[in-house]
Design a protein around this ligand. Sequence first.
Ligand code: BTN
Length: 213
Amino acid sequence: MRVHHRITSSTNDRARELAASGAPHLALVTAREQTAGRGREGRTWAGSPGDSLLMSLVLRRYDALLPLRAGLAVAGLAGPQALVKWPNDVLIEGRKVAGILVEARPQDGWAVLGIGVNVRATTGLPEELDAASLGRDDVEEALAELLDHLHERLEQPAHDAIADLRERDALLGRTVRWATGEGTGAGITDEGGLLVRTAAGDEVVLAGEVHLG
Ligand code: BTN
């Protein structure tokens, strides 16, 4: 099932409504334009109409690795050079090409996976976003490829997904900062956490968001 909007506030809003009214696993919402695209940590998500892939998927089966699986799927679309900045920003040459927002209601048995990918050249995006694009023309074609990657990643054994993520870890060896500390990216744990080594030699496992130092 797919619902496409020419313009809507946020595909995540529409998918949440669908999920709440009983839509099946993998029900898909897409839009050409969003007027209130949301990012993580209260950020907004902007893009010029028609240039980005805007989608939200209703999931009735998912695990704790969902955000990481989604990052891997988008990295697969973006190509072998794309890295994942844990938990799931996808970077090409250090610049963000996609954002992922998971909104889950475990008590109701569903999650909405929202993904925005800059498909066409990123004219019109604010310079400070430091964004990249796939540099492709056809948003629908990119969507079809992304869905293939997603279906594969959602079913992949956790151990293999983590191993693949380690191959694309943008933070390995990089200085990272989080709310209460600073350290160097030291890999991804078997549970999908970010391992960081501090200057004092301690190893810390992070579960939230970090910033590149
Ligand atoms: C982030 O990088 O902070 C996450 C951005 C997520 C943006 C996508 S665009 C499609 C879906 N609808 C939204 O309102 N947000 C997600």
